[in-house]
Design a protein around this ligand. Structure first.
Ligand code: IDP
Ligand code: MG
Length: 200
């Protein structure tokens, strides 16, 4: 297999399932030429979701940074909502909201395979904050929540979908949600065209 072919983990969050968006989302990935190699509906446990989302300082701070940026742009006070401006502490508070959100209903877990699949899927998914996500992306087209509103209401941003953001995360996330035997190997009938192999 070509070295640029990757596998990535994607989860349709409870809001996406409850709004009947499973088909619309699968269609976007399938049309882009990504191959579904694992797929199931899961009611996740708290432990599983806590393990799934990172717990390193760097990740907490990245979340804190996104929040701070959204707050500055909306002219709101971080201190007032979170009682702190420390990025790591903000990240930890948001992770708690996030775990409660993900266990609130069934999710659809999947593994997608394709050329540069990790970044390709992130591009199709769009930016974390649906308010700032580009039109054409899943988060830009299919929802209107925002980081500012989520924080004011003390809940996670309701943004339809999760996708791995690096090779390392993809490997870890796939292993949390899927057993090896649940991942399939097969050939899409249009695979040679999608990957340009028909020219060789
Ligand atoms: P990503 O889902 O685009 O990779 P991350 O920074 O990894 O974004 O955050 C994970 C999830 O946490 C987001 O998809 C969103 O549901 C939630 N989240 C992130 N930042 C905030 C926030 O500032 N307030 C509330 N929820 C947030
Ligand atoms: Mg992430």
């Amino acid at each position: 297999m070509e070295k640029t072919i990757e596998r990535t983990f994607v989860m349709i969050k409870p809001d996406g399932v409850q709004r009947g968006l499973i088909g619309e989302i699968l269609k976007r990935f399938e049309s882009a030429g990504l191959k579904i190699v694992g797929l199931k509906m899961v009611k996740a446990t708290k432990n599983m979701v806590e393990e799934f989302y990172p717990k390193d300082k760097e990740w907490f701070e990245t979340i804190g940074q996104k929040t701070t940026k959204a707050y500055q742009e909306a002219g709101l006070s971080i201190q007032e909502t979170f009682g702190t401006t420390n990025l790591e502490e903000i990240g930890k508070i948001i992770k708690k909201w996030l775990v409660d959100f993900i266990v609130s209903g069934p999710v659809v877990a999947m593994v997608l395979e394709g050329n540069h699949a990790i970044m390709k899927v992130r591009n199709i998914v769009g930016y974390t904050d649906p308010f700032a996500a580009a039109p054409g992306t899943i988060r830009g087209d299919l929802t209107t929540d925002s980081i500012a509103l989520g924080n004011i209401m003390a809940r996670a941003v309701v943004n339809v979908i999760h996708a791995s953001s690096s090779q390392k995360d993809a490997e870890k996330e796939i292993s949390i949600w899927f057993e090896k035997k649940e991942l399939m190997s097969y050939k899409r009938c249009d695979e040679d065209i999608i990957l340009g192999r028909f020219l060789k």
